[in-house]
Design a protein around this ligand. Sequence first.
Ligand code: NAG
Ligand code: NAG
Ligand code: NAG
Ligand code: NAG
Ligand code: NAG
Ligand code: NAG
Length: 785
Amino acid sequence: MDNLRIEVACSLMIMNIVVSGILASPGPGKSNFQNVPAKVVWAVPGKDVELPCDVTPPLPTDSVNMIFWFKDTSGMPIYSLDARLNETSHLAVSNDLGTRSYFVMDQDPSRARLKIQEVAAEDEGVFRCRVDFINSPTRNFRVNLTLVVQPSVPRIFDAEGKEILTEAGPFLEGQELFLSCQVTGGKPAPSLIWWYNGTILDSVVDTGRDYFTTVNQMLITKVPRSLKGGKLECRATSYEMAGDIIREVPVIVYLKPNKVKIVSPNELLSCSKAQTVRCETSGSYPPAKIIWTLQAKPMRNAVLTEEETELFSSSIISMRLEAEDDGKELVCRADNPRFPKGYLEDKRRIHVAYPPKVAVRLDLGATSPVKEGSIVVLRCDCKARPSPHTFSWYQDGHLVPYNETAGLLPADDTLTIKSIRRRSEGEYSCSATNSEGETYSAPFNLIVQYAPRCKIGYEVNKIASVTYENMIVQCHVEAIPEVIRFHWTYNTSKGVLPMQGAKMQNTGDVSTLHFTPGTNDIESLSCWATNSVGRQETPCLFHIIPADKPESPRNCLMRNASHGGGLEVSCLAGKDGGLQQSFVLEVEDLTLPLDPSVVATLSDQGDHSTPVYRVLGETPVFRLHSLEANREYQFVVYAVNAKGRSSPPVVLPNIRLEVPTDPKQENGLSIGVYDTDKGNHPITLTLLLVILAAIVMVLIIGIVAIASVLACRRQPQVALRARRSSKPPEELELSEAGFNEGFHRRSAQYRASLYASESDFERSINSGPDLILAPVNFPRQSTDY
Ligand SMILES: *[C@@H]1O[C@H](CO)[C@@H](O)[C@H](O)[C@H]1NC(C)=O
Ligand SMILES: *[C@@H]1O[C@H](CO)[C@@H](O)[C@H](O)[C@H]1NC(C)=O
Ligand SMILES: *[C@@H]1O[C@H](CO)[C@@H](O)[C@H](O)[C@H]1NC(C)=O
Ligand SMILES: *[C@@H]1O[C@H](CO)[C@@H](O)[C@H](O)[C@H]1NC(C)=O
Ligand SMILES: *[C@@H]1O[C@H](CO)[C@@H](O)[C@H](O)[C@H]1NC(C)=O
Ligand SMILES: *[C@H]1O[C@H](CO)[C@@H](O)[C@H](O)[C@H]1NC(C)=O
């Protein structure tokens, strides 16, 4: 009932208004209000909107009569109000819009407005408010109600124009960041603003690509660290009431490490064991890698212990240091592998404790060798950390004590040797000790230069001379540097004279003088050498004494040879009489001479009637291999030199070799020692035959010998010698004794030289056996026959 009544009332009212309206305002024409500018009022769909209409009368005395609202071009008002009446005079069209519209009269008439609830799309249009006054002319206001259209959700693009769908980046701290935000549509034209954590970063809309597109390009020239892990926002706003359309973009920001520190205290590092140093870094994203370098080189032989969290990394290096590492720069470098040049370093000079390094040198430019008598200062060059607390000096491995009288003054790293002597020569070394240990230096060879002097043992010599016999005198000196020249002087009863006419041969530190003493009475010779240091102070002396026969050898022994079998006869040499001596062993086979008549032809020596074999040696040691079993032998040893033979000869006990009892033992000759008187010689048939054969042989030899004597007659001296010889040397004899070819040759040479010598001397040796094997230079030291 109520609804119906209102409807009827309403339509009646509108009729009334229309009629009265037309009647009330014949004045202003239609075109009049068309020209009134339309005020744009934005409305958010679904929200309420108010369309303003100023109802203030132009004159204070006047008052509002009627108010009409028209929409678009329609001539029918959509809303009317009789201002003279109260609330009940509101009339609205009975459609959807009408039910949502209500005109609000304010205390302030200029703020009167038509309120439309929950605006819908079809509400859009130009509304006209016509205010009729009682006296004043009617006024029209136009309101363009436009619905807000929200723009699209912003899309974000990177500098390459690639759309970002999830996260933006990575960006590098301190470098540029560019992002572009775009929306399409939006009424009114939207604003597009970049925000970050409640702050506007960029609110300037850049020109869109086209009418419908709105773009805001943002450039951050230096990305701050704080951006890491944050979200950038691009907010598009068409109409504030409609709210913002927000797009959030999480950004990935890589950070440089902003802190790096070697946290271990910078103390002295021992090189004796592994040392650890810790370095910490933070601020890097992704976490930094720690790289250690020593003097710009990667560490070798280092062990790393690393720890890494989101923003913090640490590294403990355990390294073995060497002395060379002292003073080097240790760098801990925190490097963000994802960040070009994104590193930070902490560096320090390390101090390494190491045992001393020592070397001996001559002080201040002096060079070795040094001259005898000078002051020498040796210095122990030492590098050590910490500084050494003890130095020691050594000569040839022995500690050098402080000895003022000896002029040895070791003092820390110097060793002063006052007035250096030759005995100071040697290998010097020093040692230094610090907390890390003691080190010995390499030896320093200190060589002392000195004027020549006689070699020890050659200062005073005795030489035996034989008048007109060529003499060879050797002068041995020692000197550093080498000898430049030698000279010789001689003393006679008349005085000291330089040596003249003698042949001198100098090789190194030995001077050899060849001279023949004549009739002048030379008492002594002196030899002087000179080198760059100076001349020899005291000469090497050679007292010339007349030569004598050698002494007999002593302590002769016969024994089984220690190795190689056979027999060995050895004696000690006696004095040589001033001349070179040699030794002769005579071997006599006592078994052989059974027939005295035969024996007599073999030798003219009354007491010996058997063949004699002679063995010559430079030393009185003889070995015999060729002795036969079941024979009795006698051995005689004597020395011989150019003056003659020793006397008396040493006669050894007779020996007899027995047949070995074991036939297998071929070399098992045993020696039986016999007294000659007690000797008992069983005569056997075989032995007789052997002896007979030997006699025949000896006879043949004798004939050959006579023939050779005759052949040698042209050589008078040799002939003389041969005549005197009762038994000339025979090759056969020598062979029987086991002598080799070389011996034959040497003995023959010797004989020739001997026979050619002075007859005086010849006479002195005449009494001796025929075969004299005397001084010849033998190549071997010990003669083994
Ligand atoms: C109403 O206002 C909107 C927005 O300014 C405009 O686009 C439209 O043309 C206007 N309408 C009229 C009829 O003036
Ligand atoms: C955001 O701003 C507030 C206040 O200005 C500040 O306390 C906060 O740390 C900022 N957050 C970031 C992630 O920068
Ligand atoms: C010092 O040297 C001299 C000469 O070499 C020697 O006789 C003496 O014993 C030394 N003194 C000491 C304390 O060794
Ligand atoms: C050499 O002769 C001089 C003077 O005639 C003498 O003083 C000196 O002692 C002699 N030397 C020797 C080694 O005989
Ligand atoms: C030499 O050796 C033999 C055995 O081979 C032995 O019977 C004899 O007594 C030894 N003679 C000497 C002097 O050693
Ligand atoms: C408004 O109208 C109602 C009824 O129509 C009436 O009772 C009231 O008195 C009026 N008020 C004014 C101020 O005229």
